[in-house]
Design a protein around this ligand. Structure first.
Ligand code: NDP
Length: 318
């Protein structure tokens, strides 16, 4: 009996292929505007494993596709509307990366506030000599009021990690999370007025576009810290560059950028920014767990009839 055909467009974690190759026929293609498949092959494809964007036009090329397993928890590059119209189930990889991303957020927060990467660079450059000392960091985490923009799976883990630091914690989401023991603000501007430290962990949606703008940054103020581990889409990078350069904002720690992998020179210049190349979930154990969940979603769909972690926008087959 011929095996079920799974399409893998572009690169994906090696472990996904390793897990799938004995059960399925794997068809790989490079990422092009149109998938490079003949009609007969396209018609045989019933599942997809993908890391990154998957446009609706590709779905249109695959008449028999039932399930698309996406690597990562954010699926803003996936045309879920088209998938839902076509009855295709889309899965993502939630929860298995919560701890890693929350740990990274805390590390980035501390590095930004205490200038630890700059202090290390100073030491490595041979500046530490008898009679010299790295300048005192301007800021401290002590006594801060931290606002979380987003309190979902990852935001909640960040909040829990912040508690032992004895900071005050508040949050803004579209609706109050009744179980959360933190002060709720119904607007981002209200939250930014109240806090001196903002951590963004919201998805890329039309509603979150450049919501962290000049006004929000001005509210955080010269003592203010911004950390973004969600999506670069959420920040007006021009306004952020200006605020960092002028001192209107104290400092920023960024793991994500508007147009990755391009980082604007205006963000590379200011010394009061700590910049990471989108590594919040990027450890071997966590990426392995994400790869396993991609594979397990496809296996569960074809062997048990339902996926493990479908996204809310697409239907689960009865
Ligand atoms: P969840 O869906 O669990 O949480 C999202 C949170 O954002 C919820 O609290 C939601 O609350 C809030 N939210 C959504 N839209 C808005 C809005 N318009 N205004 C205010 N709040 C909003 O997602 P996760 O916690 O699992 O992940 C969050 C995002 O983090 C991902 O979508 C991804 O983009 C990013 N991410 C980045 C990583 C990295 O490597 N840097 C790694 C992993 C994730 P409510 O619904 O009540 O508004």
């Amino acid at each position: 009996m011929s095996r079920i055909a799974i399409l893998v467009p572009g690169k994906i974690h090696e472990r996904v292929l390793e897990r799938l190759k004995d059960r399925f026929e794997i068809i790989t293609v490079t990422r092009e505007e149109k998938l490079g498949l003949d009609d007969e092959t396209a018609a045989r494809i019933r599942g997809v494993a993908v890391s990154g964007a998957f446009p609706g036009a590709w779905m249109d090329q695959l008449p028999g596709v039932e399930v698309i397993a996406s690597f990562g928890v954010g699926y803003d590059g996936m045309d879920v509307k088209r998938a839902a119209e076509k009855g295709i189930v889309v899965t993502n990889t939630p929860d298995v990366l919560n701890d890693e991303v929350a740990d990274t957020a805390i590390g980035l927060l501390l590095n930004t506030i205490r200038e630890l990467p700059r202090a290390e660079a100073w030491l490595r450059a041979g500046n530490w000599k008898r009679g010299t000392a790295y300048p005192l960091s301007r800021f401290s985490l002590k006594g801060r009021h931290v606002g979380l923009y987003g309190l979902g799976r990852i935001g909640l883990e960040i909040a829990k990690r912040l508690e032992p630091f004895k900071v005050k914690i508040s949050y803004h989401t579209r609706s109050r999370h009744a179980d959360a023991p933190y002060d709720y603000y119904s607007s981002l501007s209200g939250l930014a007025e109240a806090v001196d430290t903002l951590i963004a962990i919201v998805p890329k949606t039309p509603q979150t576009h450049k919501t962290i703008d000049a006004d929000i940054l001005a509210s955080l103020g010269p003592n203010g810290i911004l950390v973004n581990v969600g999506r670069g889409w959420t920040v007006d990078e021009e306004a952020l560059s200006a605020a960092l350069a002028s001192g209107a904002l104290g400092a920023a720690g960024l793991d994500v950028f508007y147009q990755e992998p391009t980082v604007p020179a205006t963000l590379l210049e200011p010394a009061n920014a700590v910049l990471l190349p989108h590594v919040a979930s990027a450890s071997v154990p966590t990426r392995n767990a994400m790869a396993d969940l991609v594979a397990d979603n496809l296996i569960a769909w074809f062997e048990k009839g339902s996926a493990l972690t479908p996204v809310p926008e697409t239907p689960q087959k009865a």
